[in-house]
Ligand binder design. Structure first.
Ligand SMILES: *[C@@H]1O[C@H](CO)[C@@H](O)[C@H](O)[C@H]1NC(C)=O
Ligand SMILES: *[C@@H]1O[C@H](CO)[C@@H](O)[C@H](O)[C@H]1NC(C)=O
Ligand SMILES: *[C@@H]1O[C@H](CO)[C@@H](O)[C@H](O)[C@H]1NC(C)=O
Length: 183
């Protein structure tokens, strides 16, 4: 057997690309709401948003909406001239630019009570400034002298879902190469 190298390379590239996009549901299980004092700032700080990621807003469209606004409108909870408005209750927004993406609920009073979120895709300079202790990669370093095998992959699954997906894809890509090069 043995696949042509180009096919193997294609599989590897496809797997790596697949691992790039993540879907983030705003507020996680709580969703997009003005009740329950959900802290969307806290929610966002636990994520590392990247280009190609998809931001998912899920809410009851009878009571809420999603407006993309400028920084000053975000700060002032000013919903008078949104850049974009979403109102299906199940909205997905592709992140295709770096920097801040500000969203508020345009229903009066909701932004003021905290229904606002800042999705920030770090620029390279900011990424480099991230403290090294925060690196998710540190979770998947195998124990001293141990072979890099499936157990370490299983352990890394406990890390951030995004990091583990990347690790999983890398492992799959590595085994695809292995299988085709050594039949
Ligand atoms: C809200 O934003 C619009 C558009 O930028 C602006 O014209 C208006 O003055 C703002 N209203 C308040 C109360 O800041
Ligand atoms: C939201 O839309 C996606 C498809 O775009 C669908 O798979 C999902 O079930 C929807 N969720 C709700 C709660 O309607
Ligand atoms: C958003 O990304 C998804 C998956 O990459 C793609 O299928 C969809 O067409 C994109 N939507 C827009 C509006 O670009």
């Amino acid at each position: 057997m043995g696949f042509p190298k180009s096919v193997v390379a294609g599989i590897v590239v496809a797997l790596l690309r697949l691992s790039d996009a993540a879907v983030y549901k705003v507020g996680d299980a709580g969703g997009w709401t003005s009740i329950g004092n959900l802290d969307y700032k806290q929610w966002a700080t636990t994520k590392t948003f990247q280009l190609g990621d998809i931001i998912h807003f899920e809410y009851n469209a009878q009571f809420h909406n999603v407006m993309r606004v400028t920084h000053s409108m975000y700060k002032a909870c000013n919903a008078s001239a949104p850049l974009a408005t979403y109102a299906t209750g199940n909205d997905t927004i592709n992140i295709t630019a770096k920097g801040h993406h500000y969203f508020i609920c345009g229903v009066p009073g909701h932004c003021q009570s905290g229904q606002k979120v800042d999705i920030n895709v770090l620029r390279e300079s900011e990424t480099a400034a991230t403290p090294s202790g925060m690196s998710p990669a540190s979770a998947s370093i195998p124990s001293a002298g141990g072979p890099v095998s499936s157990p370490s992959g299983a352990i890394s699954l406990k890390g951030s879902s995004k990091g583990s997906l990347t690790n999983l894809c890398l492992a799959m890509a590595a085994s695809a190469v292995f299988v085709s090069v050594f039949p």
